[in-house]
Design a protein around this ligand. Structure first.
Ligand code: NAD
Ligand code: IPM
Ligand code: MN
Length: 348
């Protein structure tokens, strides 16, 4: 069976890191007899420029038809005008929502070869292995009303019990394959939506008596991430808390550029993208770290194509390249995007 993968390179460093991940995925697939059929489309600022919209109906229907989507990043200063009618980020949010991808899995783990790459002291990083389950299609990102007036603006944080229950169930289920501890992160001392969140998570926990549950407020969870991160196993949290905490957690392994993600829902198909953005400050210079996107391609094979073997081959090659000393600039090295890609290919 041929797997259909839609590539959405997007903006900034997106096209550079997606090209790198495609090369690695094609090579790994070739070795293990996985047939891939690639398609490509525009999203974000590139789509606004060429098609007048950040996500065209054609691109969305191709994403629906594909077995999986590999995305780079969207956005950049060119499209940042606050009065612009459409923003690149709407394309990505619209895609997540339309595909029903309510859970964004962001696995953050210390890599033994990168002990010196983190700005944090080695003892703060040692043993870190956290699976973030970020709710992705609810919360303040999608709540109505959303209003902008000259001197007043409104955003709305809404959750329903159904939205919380399904992402909590996924977090507990995934914890069963790990160390069986879930930390639910909220702001229940202030927000009504967080008090609902907490109630529903407690209810779900009863279905999983073998998994330990703790609650933590988001502000102190942010601190614990840089002081005792190894004490976390699975963290399940609201959309925006998850967005912020995962960028913070990315300093543990050493760089935002290392971190992959998988966005999944109940239907087949999924969206795979690094957790970083379009990095306009380094775009077009062949210095972006492609490992987050290469890792996302591995997750694509595992979660959407049922090819754990291809995923493992890619992850092993990345790990070996890092052990051999391959480092991009964000990790204190000198390799460019293309050279880092070559290093991974050499170890495949
Ligand atoms: P960013 O993640 O793009 O960059 C933050 C910092 O990390 C920058 O210094 C950048 O150079 C560095 N960085 C990011 N990825 C890197 C990589 N692979 N290798 C080396 N260094 C890397 O965040 P930002 O600057 O706040 O946002 C820029 C644009 O990206 C905004 O328009 C934002 O909306 C968008 N964005 C998109 C996504 C996405 O598409 N999923 C995610 C985050 C931000
Ligand atoms: C991410 C990004 C997006 C988000 C933006 C670009 C909409 O920061 O994927 O982490 O906030 O979800
Ligand atoms: Mn983010």
């Amino acid at each position: 069976m041929t797997a259909r993968v839609l590539s959405l390179p997007g903006d900034g460093i997106g096209p550079e890191v997606v090209a790198s991940a495609r090369r690695v995925l094609d090579a790994a697939a070739g070795k293990l007899g996985l047939e891939l059929e690639w398609e490509e489309a525009l999203i974000g600022g590139a789509a606004i420029d060429a098609e007048g919209t950040a996500l065209s109906p054609e691109t969305l229907s191709r994403a629906r038809a594909a077995d999986a989507v590999l995305l780079g990043a969207v956005g950049g200063p060119r499209w940042d005008d606050p009065s612009a009618p459409v923003r690149p980020e709407q394309g990505l949010l619209g895609l997540r929502k339309a595909l029903g991808l309510y859970a964004n899995l962001r696995h953050i783990a210390a890599h033994p070869a990168l002990a010196d790459a983190s700005p944090l002291r080695p003892e703060r990083v040692r043993g870190v292995d956290i699976l973030f389950v970020r709710e992705l299609t609810g919360g303040i990102y999608f709540g109505e009303p959303r209003v902008r007036e000259p001197t007043r603006a409104v955003d709305t944080l809404v959750y329903t019990d159904v939205e919380v229950r399904r992402v909590a169930r996924l977090a507990f289920t995934l914890a069963r394959g790990r160390r069986r501890r879930v930390t639910s992160v909220d702001k229940a001392n202030v927000l009504a939506s967080s008090r609902l969140w907490r109630d529903v998570v407690v209810e779900v926990a009863r279905e999983f008596p073998d998994v330990a549950l703790e609650h933590q407020l988001v502000d102190s969870a942010a601190m614990r991430l840089v002081t005792h991160a190894a004490s976390f196993d699975v963290i399940v949290t609201e959309n925006m808390f998850g967005d912020i905490l995962t960028d913070e957690a990315a300093v543990l392994p050493g760089s935002l550029g290392l971190c992959p993600s998988a966005s999944i829902g109940d239907a087949k198909g999924g969206l795979y993208e690094p957790i970083h953005g379009s990095a306009p400050d380094i775009a077009g210079q062949d210095v972006a770290n492609p490992i987050g996107t290469i890792g996302s391609a591995a997750l694509l094979c595992r979660h959407s194509l049922g090819r754990d073997d291809v995923a493992a081959l890619i992850e092993q090659a990345v790990s070996r390249a890092l052990h051999a000393g391959a480092r991009t600039r964000d990790l204190g090295g000198a390799l460019g995007t293309a050279a880092m890609t070559e290093a991974v290919l050499e170890h495949l």
